[in-house]
Ligand binder design. Structure first.
Ligand code: ZN
Ligand code: ZN
Length: 353
C-alpha cells in the first residue's frame, strides 16, 4: 500500500486521501507505521462541531495511535523496529512544567491530529520522547492485536490518570457516568484498583457488558430522576459497606446531561473528575463545592510516565479492550466518522490502514 494520510480540509467535508512522502525523521523523532488509530469524541468535535485544531487545516486527525517504528532520527535509534503506543499528548520534557512533572500542561506539547498530523494515515512522524514500548510476547499472550492497543493512547490512559489523580483504592465508591469509549475503561480501571463501581448510562447494552467486567451496579439514567438516582446509589453504598460520603464521580459522557447528573451526585468530601469534553454549558451552584468540602478535578490526557502501568492493566487482562473496540479499514474513514457520529457504532472504532 502506497503511504498516504486522510486529511480534513474543512468542517464536515469528506476527508481526502493524499500521498505521503516518507522523509527521514528529524533528530529525536521517529516514523511510526500505524497499526491502528482510534476514533475519539474529540476528533468528532474537530470534524463536526468546528472545534479548532492548533495546526491549521488541512490536517490528518487521530491521536489514538499504536504502531511500529520504521525509521528513527538521530538519538532515537533505540526505538527502531519496536511496537509502540504514541501518547495522545506528548510533552516536550524540557520546559519548566515538564521538569516539575506537569507534562500535561506543557506549553510545547504535541498532540497528533491537533498540533501535528495525526494517525489516520499509514505513517505518522512523532517525537520519540514519551513513546510507550509494547512487549509483543505479552501482547500475543493476551490475545490482542497491536491495533487494539491504540485505545491505550487515550481512551484507557486518560481515565487512568483521572483514577490516579482521584487517589481511589479499596473501600472507595467510584461512580462512572457515560460508559462509552472512555467510560468503559474508567469503570474497569476503578475496579482494577479496588474500588466498587457504579456505572450510569442510557444504554442498557453497555451497562450489561460492564457488569461482566467488574462493575457492581449499572444504572440506566433514563429510569431515575436526579434525586432518585442519588438515593439509589446511597442504598447501594450502604448495602456494600461503603460510606455515604467521599464518593468519586467520574464524568465520562462529555454531555451536558451527564455533567448535570455528576454535579447532582456531589456529597460531603466528594471528588468530581471531569474526564469527558463538551462545548455545551451547564448551570450549577458552584458553592456546593464549598458546602460539601468537595473538589472538582480535570485532566488533559495522561503523562507518558503513567502509560506503562496503564498498559500493564490491559496486558494482564485486568482491563479488557477486545469487547469494547471494533476494527474498520482506514479507507472507510468518512463512513466510520458518520456512523460514530450517528451513534451507529457503540464500541470504539479503530481505523486500520
Ligand atoms: Zn481523544
Ligand atoms: Zn514541556
Amino acid at each position: 500500500m502506497a503511504p498516504h494520510r486522510w486529511v480534513m480540509k474543512a468542517v464536515g467535508e469528506p476527508m481526502e486521501q493524499e500521498p505521503l512522502q516518507l522523509e527521514a525523521p528529524a533528530a529525536g523523532e521517529v516514523l511510526v507505521e500505524v497499526a491502528g488509530c482510534g476514533v475519539c469524541h474529540t476528533d468528532l468535535g474537530y470534524y463536526y462541531d468546528g472545534v479548532r485544531t492548533n495546526q491549521p487545516l488541512p490536517l490528518a486527525l487521530g491521536h489514538e495511535i499504536s504502531g511500529r517504528v520504521v525509521k528513527a532520527g538521530a538519538g532515537a535509534e533505540a526505538w527502531l523496529g519496536r511496537a509502540v503506543i504514541v501518547p495522545a499528548v506528548i510533552p516536550c520534557g524540557e520546559c519548566e512544567q515538564c521538569r516539575r512533572g506537569k507534562g500535561t500542561i506543557c506549553p510545547n506539547q504535541k498532540m497528533p491530529g491537533n498540533d501535528i498530523h495525526g494517525g489516520f494515515a499509514t505513517h505518522v512522524a512523532v517525537p520519540a520522547r514519551g513513546l510507550c514500548a509494547v512487549d509483543e510476547a505479552r501482547l500475543a499472550k493476551a490475545g490482542l492485536a497491536l491495533a487494539d492497543l491504540s485505545v491505550v493512547a487515550d481512551a484507557v490512559t486518560t481515565p487512568y490518570q483521572a483514577v490516579v489523580q482521584a487517589g481511589i483504592g479499596p473501600g472507595a465508591l467510584a461512580i462512572v457516568i457515560g460508559v462509552g469509549g472512555v467510560g468503559s475503561y474508567c469503570a474497569q480501571i476503578a475496579h482494577a484498583v479496588g474500588a466498587q463501581v457504579v456505572a450510569i448510562d442510557v444504554d442498557a447494552g453497555k451497562l450489561q457488558a460492564l457488569e461482566e467486567e467488574g462493575v457492581a451496579r449499572g444504572l440506566n439514567a433514563r429510569a431515575f430522576d436526579p434525586k432518585a438516582l442519588k438515593k439509589e446509589i446511597g442504598t447501594f453504598a450502604k448495602a456494600n459497606g461503603l460510606s455515604s460520603r467521599e464518593w468519586n464521580i467520574f464524568e465520562c459522557s462529555g454531555t451536558a446531561a451527564g455533567q448535570a447528573t455528576a454535579w447532582s451526585l456531589l456529597v460531603h468530601g466528594a471528588t468530581l473528575a471531569v474526564v469527558g469534553f463538551t462545548m455545551d454549558k451547564v448551570e450549577v451552584r458552584l458553592s456546593n463545592l464549598m458546602a460539601f468540602h468537595a473538589r472538582a478535578l480535570g485532566n488533559w490526557g495522561c503523562p507518558p510516565e503513567l502509560y506503562p502501568a496503564a498498559l500493564d492493566l490491559v496486558l494482564d487482562g485486568r482491563v479488557k479492550v477486545a469487547p469494547f473496540v471494533e476494527r474498520h479499514p482506514l479507507a472507510d474513514i468518512n463512513r466510520v466518522f458518520a456512523d460514530v457520529h450517528a451513534r451507529k457504532i457503540a464500541r470504539r472504532a479503530v481505523l486500520v490502514p
